[in-house]
Design a protein around this ligand. Structure first.
Ligand code: SF4
Length: 380
């Protein structure tokens, strides 16, 4: 079946070690599997029956996420990027993003990235304080960041910085300092995430045993309020609950997800959305590989979205964006008028002060962003 998707995600599941809070699909300390992964990826890139009739698709956005895409050595990194470039054409001005771990970024690897068309890098900074970085079990220090960020920007000026707040023991003053350093780093984009204790992670086990104290809710709220105050004051536009960009530097790839548009995806645990169908690959790297080596599909789950589910997803994703859900677009894509579909919930949340509903559409209020998960859950 053909598709008009112009976005692709590639999951690279390697990391030096697993950070205690991380529940992503990855395999730590198994660099010996990189060649096999590349073989699997090459097969998967040829495998999926979603090619348009003319053969290759022109991509407008291509995103390498992980894991840590920059973890493999320079030769393997070059091969990874080339495999994908051989499968897809890039549209003019396509956004090509790579997630990176600071300590992986040698000048040699940065050169490989730009030689293969990468033009945006998302750096897992998380904090500018050593005690917090140790708490998060990250392998870099604040001094490493002072060296690595300017070098990275020399090669890739379009730099996004990821930060985490709500780290056990983190103070509001320390969080403010990290935000200031991110602002002054020259980053074009900043993503800020509240720390979560996901089931199955080492952090969750330590929390249950009383060894880690989650940040009190009111302090976490103050931290998020500070983000929404400081970043816009420094010239960053908030365009999604967790994401802030200098003008012209929104992440185009993530906008594809939040608009509910289609995208290709490859790699262990990767999820694609094509022709109203969500497919998720086997999470285990070895399981994914074993299927592809036998010429079988690596897909573990298939979800054919009913019109009702698709409409709920459009609301769920759209409310994450500051621009919210456009009424005309919602009706065009689902056949439903927003009020006919979810009028009761909208009225209740508008009265509660969490949503704004006007002729253009529906979006979270500033107050609603603090409880976004709860508001959005009402629609699911
Ligand atoms: S570097 Fe990122 S992907 Fe890898 S274990 Fe740590 S948080 Fe997870």
């Amino acid at each position: 079946m053909s598709t008009t998707a112009t976005a692709a995600y590639v999951h690279v599941p390697f990391c030096r070690h697993r950070c205690g809070y991380c529940d992503f699909t990855l395999i730590a300390g198994r660099d010996d599997l990189v060649p096999a992964y590349l073989r699997g990826l090459e097969r998967e890139l040829r495998f999926h029956p979603h090619d348009p009739p003319t053969g290759r698709t022109d991509l407008k956005t291509l995103f390498f996420g992980g894991g840590t895409p920059t973890h493999p050595g320079p030769a393997d990194l070059a091969k990874l990027l080339q495999l994908v470039r051989d499968r897809f054409e890039l549209a003019e001005n396509a956004e090509v993003s790579v997630e990176a771990n600071p300590l992986d970024l040698t000048e040699e690897k940065l050169q490989v990235l730009i030689d293969h068309g990468v033009n945006r890098i998302s750096l897992g900074v998380q904090s500018f304080h050593d005690d917090e970085l140790r708490q998060l079990e990250r392998d870099h220090t604040a001094v490493d960041l002072q060296r690595i960020i300017p070098v990275t920007q020399r090669f890739l000026p379009n730099l996004s910085v990821d930060l985490i707040f709500g780290i056990p023991g983190q103070t509001l003053a320390a969080w403010e300092q990290s935000l200031k350093q991110a602002i002054h780093s020259g980053a074009t984009h900043i993503s800020t995430y509240g720390l979560t204790f996901e089931s199955g992670t080492a952090f969750e086990t330590r929390r249950r045993r009383g060894q880690l104290q989650p940040t009190p809710e009111d302090l976490e709220r103050e931290m998020y309020a500070l983000v929404m105050e400081m970043l816009p004051a420094a010239g960053f536009e908030q365009y999604e609950i967790s994401n802030f960009a200098r003008p012209g530097f929104r992440c185009q790839h993530n906008e594809v997800y939040w608009r509910g548009d289609e995208y290709h995806a490859y790699g262990p645990g990767a999820a694609r959305y094509l022709n109203r169908r969500r497919e998720t690959n086997i999470r285990s790297v070895l399981g994914w590989l074993a299927k592809l080596d036998r010429g079988l599909t690596p897909v573990a789950d298939v979800d054919e979205l009913s019109p009702d589910t698709q409409a709920r997803e459009l609301i769920f994703l759209g409310l994450r964006r500051n621009s919210g859900i456009d009424r005309t677009d919602f009706q065009r894509r689902t056949g439903w008028n927003l009020e006919d579909f979810a009028g009761d919930i909208i009225t209740r949340q508008v009265e509660f002060g969490s949503l704004v509903s006007d002729p253009k559409g529906l979006r979270l209020t500033q107050a609603g962003r603090f409880i976004a998960d709860r508001v959005i859950a009402e629609f699911l």
